[in-house]
Design a protein around this ligand. Structure first.
Ligand code: IMP
Length: 211
């Protein structure tokens, strides 16, 4: 099934205005606001579909999920519970962003895998595909370790921001060029605990668009 497409036309914004996240829920700081882009119910519905697609491709295999910390944590744990069959996890951490909303383009390994992936059916679980530079680095890193299969699932894809020639095998939602937080995604380590995927906005600068 094709990735769902999310637009932010004015009509969509107006429809969602009623669902602006409350200040208490979001832990908002002065001058910052968030607007729901994808409600958690829609995220969970899509996760079930993604899990079915993945299991259809690998009905009997043990799936070794590799979460890219920290943004993919909720996505990985929720997806794992939908997959059924034998599933194992590992996590690694890379940094491609400093503080703020713009990518430095530089990818560094911060935490390596705990176990070998040689001969395993690996599903890389990423929160968001933006420039694609992180995924390009990761794919090269994983391919050298000789997994049996290597697939990528991303929750969100900002297709129009792509620099590196990479794409995911399974995509939750294609979203516009907006800086998003919630459901694991952060801005300077904040907002990960929002249940919905939200657009972060600043009063002074308008939307926190990626450069
Ligand atoms: P890429 O290398 O530019 O594709 O960036 C991938 C990483 O950048 C993601 O795993 C996120 O950690 C971060 N990122 C990119 N866009 C956003 C966003 O809109 N919100 C939060 N993090 C983002």
């Amino acid at each position: 099934m094709l990735a769902e497409s999310i637009e932010t036309s004015e009509s969509n914004v107006a429809k969602k205005r009623a669902s602006v996240v409350s200040k208490d829920t979001a832990g908002l700081r002065p001058g910052e606001s968030v607007r729901i882009l994808i409600p958690d119910s829609r995220v969970h519905k899509r996760l079930k579909e993604l899990a079915k697609e993945i299991r259809r491709d690998f009905p009997t295999e043990t799936l070794h999920l590799i979460g890219v910390l920290k943004g993919s944590v909720f996505f990985l744990t929720d997806l794992a519970r939908e997959l059924g069959g034998e599933v194992s996890f590992d996590f690694l951490s890379v940094s491609s962003y400093g503080h703020g909303t713009d990518s430095t383009g530089e990818v560094k390994l911060i935490k390596d895998l705990d176990v070998s992936i040689e001969g395993k059916t690996v599903i890389v679980v990423e929160d968001i595909l933006d420039t694609g530079l992180t995924l390009k680095y990761l794919l090269r890193f994983f391919e050298e370790k000789k997994p049996k299969h290597l697939r990528v699932v991303v929750l969100l894809d900002k297709v129009e921001r792509r620099i590196a020639d990479v794409k995911a095998d399974y995509t939750g939602f294609v979203i516009p060029n907006e800086f998003v937080v919630g459901y694991g995604l952060d801005f300077d380590e904040r907002y990960r605990n929002l249940p919905d995927v939200c657009v972060l906005q600043f009063a002074s600068k308008g939307k926190a668009k990626s450069a």
